[in-house]
Design a protein around this ligand. Sequence first.
Ligand code: BZD
Length: 816
Amino acid sequence: PGWKPSPEIAARWKKLTAPKELTEEHIQEEFVNHATKTLARSAFNMDDFAAYQASAYSVRDQLIDQWNSTQMYHTTVSPKRVYYLSLEFLIGRSMDNALLNLGIKDRYANAIDKLGFNMEDLVEQETDAALGNGGLGRLAACFMDSLATLDYPAWGYGIRYNYGIFEQSIVDGYQTEHPDYWLTFGNPWEIQRLDITYPVAFGGTVIRSKGASGGFVYTWEPTERVVAVAHDFPIPGFGTKSTINIRLWSSKPSNEFDFASFNAGEYEKSVKEQTDAENITSCLYPNDNHYIGKKLRLKQQYFFVCATLQDIIRRFKKTGEPWSEFPKHVAIQLNDTHPTIGIVELQRILIDEEGLDWDGAWKIVTKVYSYTNHTVLPEALEKWTVPLLKELLPRHMMIIFDINLFFLQSVERRYPGDREKLRRMSIIEEGVPQSVRMAYLAVVCCHTVNGVAELHSDLVQKQLFSEFVEYFGAGRFTNVTNGVTPRRWLHQANPRLSALITKTLKSQHWLKDLSELAKLKQFASDPEFQRKWMEIKASNKKRLAEHIAAHCNVYVNPDAIFDVQCKRIHEYKRQFMNILQVIHRYEELQKMTDEVLAKQVPRVVIFAGKSAPGYYIAKMVIKLINNAANVINYNLRTSKYLQLVFIPNYNVSLAEIIIPASDISQHISTAGTEASGTSNMKFVLNGGLIVGTVDGANIEIGEETGPENIFLFGVLTPEVEDIRHKQTYGTGIKVDPKLDSVVESIRDGTYGQPAIFEPLLHIDTMRKVDACFQNKAEWAKKSILAAASMGKFSSDRSINDYAKNIWHISPLPPPE
Ligand code: BZD
């Protein structure tokens, strides 16, 4: 900076920026100011959307004050920070969350009410920031909330996609995708930083020459250059002044280049370069748990880690300390392998640009990075081909080969002559062409590797990386069970339940220490508490019923069991098995006499979720659900007892309506396939019970609730392989005739599906649910006890685990 304030000016500045008391009048002033100045509107030219924008800009001002003081304080202390690198942040809406976390919602609502607007309506005007696919992206957003709430010095880094996850509509029962251009009317929740930019380069060649000290030096001469521009998303903590930052990069053409072409008269070339550059951050890839080897995706990955590392290094260099101190200031967490090329980038910078030798650089790199694995599904593991890496990042490819060489040399020393072992453990997979196993690269370079639930971490160690555990020792591998933020997923999404809990516990402190929920257990059998608890559930169900009426044109019975399966559509998540069970139930109802029918427990089955656009089978499951809904809902005799809906466009704000309204939710993945699941935690936290398989975090949830407050069924992980084998090699296991009619009615020969018995166990479990639901008091008790057992599943606990065991960072609360 070229300008320094004199002490008097600094004092004046301080006075001018001192936060003003948030009186009703002040809020109204700010609101009107933004309406008239920022939006150029008048009192006669306002609508709910403009009023939302005016409120948002004024809340943003509040955020920026806190954010500035947090950042300034962190700069003066210069603590060790964690950098959470993620290609996805599924944030959802920000206004309600900011108002609640800042503790100013009531004040704002009152002030705005007197200007003729209703805060609940304004909140609904906001478009979701949907820069993620599912669990992995939402986890990143929950973690940011916890990092801020717990006062950790932390940054999130990612990509500012112009288009988030597509919007889904259902046309004739089929999923139809529409682009999610979420920035049409600007975005009050970001601060564009046109002054914070970094160059990013691709392609070209590497020149090797003799350096001054006799060794080789490598000069990368790229052919393509773009610029990364920072956009900052302030994340306020709950009940603290800490406000941290998610910095998302947007790509821009680099000026040097278009001028060159432009001046040479190559107008079209220059325009193409511009659009190519902007394309890098255009779209989020809509695949979850499936790897696609697209060149543009690799460009996104490198683009974002390259800019991020320059930013981290710039911040570190302000300390004036030598490189050896870097790991004392920096911890970098990789959210899956998507940012793994960043490991290689740091090694490259240290060697080629900062002049460190290989070993010196390697020591630093391996102290800084840690990696979270989110899946063991083979089709989801990233493998970039060597030719593609060479083409885009020639120097990085050389470094990967070197890392692999040194690694395999040491493996060879430990296991002399075991060529098969070297082949198996190699970062490079032989084949035509060769490819780079990104997960192996991460394991070799990171000090810690974690899975996201106990069972998953176990599979990571025993199945995915077993030889690496043997080689590096078990100390490199650990578990951090996922969690969710109770601020968004209870306090915000279910305000009435939150208020009841606060009133009962006589304090809001449970929102900062979720284990305090356990104190609710003493009220689990109290009829008055049960009544209040279930009345809130009923009102949430009514709200969801209204949404369903508006979006699915079905009037569901709010007294029925609301049975929900909402998540990405995927074979391993087994929505197909669930719909089989529903069709079976429907067919059973058809056979009943009126008398028997009248005794049935009414049920509303609710599906929601997106399929990857190119995932044929998943899309057919959506079609099947919608077709089944068309039959089931129009059967006037049985629709009192069974209704089925597919709610379109599942996203964070829809989840906020659905989750508080569920009686039971389904988490029924084939054992060993769902790494953790996180919506399971949200449902139980809101008083819904789980119907689930013995998989992922369901197991730990069951440990906390006790087996009587969760409906677990099915085979355990080790049995799955065995059953698969028997199915594949047909040892004469017959399918139960109960299912014949179902399978026939779908008529597509799904008999080849491996877990063919579990539908039967599933059906049995649903019967148990029906029986339980009839005893209202018992049900309420289960619901309360289960929710009261969710203390462990706060993302605050997860973040404290990471901070203590992996990042080695401490909270740094800003001074009052
Ligand atoms: O991560 C999910 C897992 O499937 C869940 O079990 C787990 O709870 C969450 C959080 O740990 N994984 C994803 O959501 N993965 C993706 O979305 C994804 C996206 C791109 C590429 C690969 C996977």
